[in-house]
Design a protein around this ligand. Structure first.
Ligand code: ATR
Length: 269
């Protein structure tokens, strides 16, 4: 049976094993999938070992997406652009192929699951770290009216704007217009914190999305509701969407994400 794993540090809270086992059951693909915690400093050696032991592929999560980018032999254009790899696959010729599926996961959730429109929308992204870099290209491909990237450290947003001239870098203080869609891509949610967002950026018609998820609404989604925002979503659908794209890369079969999102939501409650 083909074996896959998610590797990260830490890994014990990862939902990926549960998601991929549900995909396998749904599609009838016979695979094994587990989570392996790797020491922070020995990604390359351990991954080589694991491929030698017979693994067919890996999902890669924090803090190793950059290490995986350096490790693979070949990669997709979208991985090159994002400078991150979250999916590795051993090809029949023995070479290791890398891809990033986070952008597809986000778009799949926003467009297909939530039915939100990005075309001609004014979009604000909070944060300018690795998570945001990975989704800029697919968001821009939807032809929004504007894409503003606001970050605590302005320089990081400016660096992204050098790479993606279509986006506008900003500090949080400078934001004074409402947006159609606000995506929180900061890691603030992971520690229960709220980025310093001025209330002017939302109206009751705005939609708010947090790339993080948990067993209760994130601080950003709580804040959005307090501002009167009616349509809010967390990143659980993005997580399942990126997993589905990885599964497709490995198995050539696209699982249905909706029942899996629903099952996980029940588990998280
Ligand atoms: P990730 O891989 O999750 O994107 P990262 O590359 O370390 O992690 O980026 C974290 C992002 O969250 C950065 O944009 C960071 O802002 P700075 O560049 O100014 O550090 C942002 N961030 C983290 N905690 C935050 C907080 N409490 N308020 C606002 N932004 C925060």
């Amino acid at each position: 049976m083909d074996r896959y794993s998610v590797v990260g540090h830490p890994i014990k809270h990862s939902l990926s094993p549960m998601i991929h086992r549900m995909f396998a059951e749904q599609t009838g693909e016979e695979i094994e999938y587990e989570g392996i915690e790797l020491p922070v400093t020995s990604f390359e050696t351990r991954i080589w070992q694991l491929f030698k032991e017979g693994y067919s592929g890996f999902n890669v999560t924090a803090p190793f997406k950059g290490d995986a980018f350096d490790f693979v032999d070949d990669m997709s254009d979208r991985a090159k652009q994002a400078r991150a790899v979250n999916t590795m696959k051993k090809m029949p010729n023995g070479r290791i192929f890398g891809d990033t599926t986070d952008g597809v996961g986000l778009l799949n959730d926003l467009l297909d699951n939530l039915g939100w429109t990005l075309n001609k929308a004014n979009i604000l992204i909070l944060g300018a770290g690795g998570a945001v870099r990975g989704v800029l290209e697919p968001l821009l491909a939807q032809d929004p009216e504007s894409l503003v990237v606001a970050n605590r450290t302005l320089q990081k947003a400016e660096e992204l704007a050098e790479e993606y001239p279509a986006l506008t870098p900003s500090t949080f203080d400078e934001l004074d217009q409402p947006f159609d869609l606000i995506i929180n891509g900061t890691s603030a949610s992971l520690s229960g914190q709220l980025p310093p967002i001025p209330a002017d950026v939302v109206t009751s018609q705005s939609r708010c999305y947090d790339m993080a998820y948990g067993n209760k609404p994130t601080a950003f989604l709580e804040w959005s509701k307090q501002q009167g925002v009616k349509e809010c979503a967390d990143g659980l659908g993005m997580l399942v969407g990126q997993a589905a794209e990885s599964f497709y890369i490995w198995r050539g079969v696209r699982p249905d994400v909706k029942p899996v999102i629903e099952a996980l939501r029940q588990q998280l409650l």
